[in-house]
Design a protein around this ligand. Structure first.
Ligand SMILES: NC(=O)C1=CN([C@@H]2O[C@H](COP(=O)(O)OP(=O)(O)OC[C@H]3O[C@@H](n4cnc5c(N)ncnc54)[C@H](OP(=O)(O)O)[C@@H]3O)[C@@H](O)[C@H]2O)C=CC1
Ligand SMILES: O=C(CO)COP(=O)(O)O
Length: 366
């Protein structure tokens, strides 16, 4: 059987049998009342499902119940359909077969651990979070595996700007899970005329790609602020892809994942769009703002700032060459000037282009 096929693939699930534009109604939960939780709750209610939408803020839950709006994170957007906003975690999770988690990585384990007893064995739990935990360099699916091991775990990642999804702009994403039923269920729950869900079995690669691209979105935002030009943008994005896949493959990811939506797809959208919060932080720093001010002005999570620290440490530990990560780290945390970092990157040893085909250095000593 080819590597990407799993036993049971090709068999329609119970949900999928009824899905052709409109699936049967299901009860699902979305955890986290920020931009992405709101976007996913909107897709799910529009697909006809009852959505138990958990957030910690009473006032926000009340506003969603009364007006269908989340003015703090998604101004101008109204949710309708069968939406049940709540601050009662156990109540939200008890009634559903599938749970989507959109909690920033810094709070992810605490939230899941403190409510671990609310989950049922066999429940499907899908992380939407694109970050890494500091202790042990853990991805969110690994945290789920540790905290609620009896659930069936998946990861959703791809070029998915929440601000576009809420306007029903055409979007595709990737569900990665080892268990075929998890992939099929998520495809059936979320898939609709404006949202396509592709499947992958490389959970680690899909998840790591989503976290890593945030770093390069910051770099790209900085390059835009400095008006480095279109050639520079192409160079940065291509070398970012080389760097992130080199790192991920050394940790066990499948290199082909980086050719897909969760890899190049997400890298392109976040490196080119001012709708990306990571890009916006990079842009602000590039025009001269302090990092702290850029983050404060954003008022939302920009995961790449923390991911950068962890990836720089990990790359040094495992001996992976990551000049863009190193350069951004020096700028954001080491006080280096952007000009000096660019100069050192441009005058470094000239390596081979696609290192999976040729060794990294072509100068004879590789
Ligand atoms: N926005 C996007 O376009 C996309 C985001 N993602 C990923 O989704 C994840 C969530 O991001 P996003 O929704 O955009 O972030 P936002 O900054 O928009 O919102 C963060 C949300 O998390 C909540 N939160 C933070 N800490 C806790 C906690 N300890 N307990 C409960 N809730 C908490 C916040 O609640 P409160 O307001 O009460 O602080 C808020 O509702 C990130 O990893 C991001 O990378 C993935 C794809 C697209
Ligand atoms: O992951 C995203 C789009 O796919 C959102 O990126 P930001 O977190 O930078 O807004």
């Amino acid at each position: 059987m080819p590597e990407n096929r799993q036993p049971g693939d090709g068999q329609p699930s119970e949900i999928q049998k009824t899905y052709s534009g409109q699936s049967e109604k299901h009860e699902v939960a979305v955890l986290g009342g920020g931009s992405f939780g709101t976007a996913m709750a909107k897709v799910l209610t529009e697909n006809g499902h009852r959505v138990h939408f958990w957030m910690r803020d009473e006032a926000q839950a009340r506003e969603l119940s009364e007006k269908g709006t989340n003015s703090r994170y998604m101004p101008g957007v109204t949710l309708s359909g069968d939406l049940c906003p709540t601050t009662d975690f156990a109540d939200a999770v008890a009634q559903v077969d599938t749970v989507f988690v959109a909690i920033p990585s810094k709070a992810f384990r605490d939230v899941i651990r403190s409510h671990a007893g609310a989950f049922r064995p066999g429940q499907i739990v899908v992380s939407l979070t694109k970050g890494i935990e500091r202790d042990g360099f853990k991805l969110m699916s690994e945290i789920l595996q540790e905290e609620i091991p009896k659930t069936r775990i998946g990861v959703l990642s791809g070029p998915n700007l929440a601000a576009e999804i809420v306007n029903r702009e055409l979007t595709a994403t990737v569900i990665a899970a080892k268990v075929p039923e998890v992939r099929r269920t998520v495809q059936a729950l979320l898939g609709c005329e404006y949202f396509r869900v592709y499947a992958n079995v490389d959970v680690y690669g899909v998840e790591l790609a989503g976290a890593l691209k945030n770093i390069y979105a910051i770099v790209s935002g900085m390059a835009s602020a400095l008006e480095l030009g279109e050639n520079a943008r192409a160079m940065l994005m291509t070398r970012s892809l080389a760097e992130m896949s080199r790192f991920a493959v050394s940790l066990g990811a499948n290199p082909m994942t980086f050719m897909g939506l969760a890899g190049i797809g997400d890298l392109v959208v976040t490196c080119t769009s001012a709708k990306s919060r990571n890009y916006r932080v990079g842009y602000a720093v590039g025009r001269g703002d302090r990092l702290e001010d850029a983050v404060a002005e954003l008022g939302q999570v920009a995961e790449g700032i923390h991911t950068l620290l962890l990836v720089k440490e990990k790359a040094e530990e495992v001996g992976i060459y990551m000049p863009l990560v190193r350069g951004l780290y020096d700028i954001l945390y080491g006080g280096a000037s952007i000009k000096a970092v660019i100069s050192s990157l441009m005058t470094a040893v000239q390596n081979s282009d696609v290192e999976f085909i040729l060794p990294r250095t072509l100068t004879g000593q590789a």
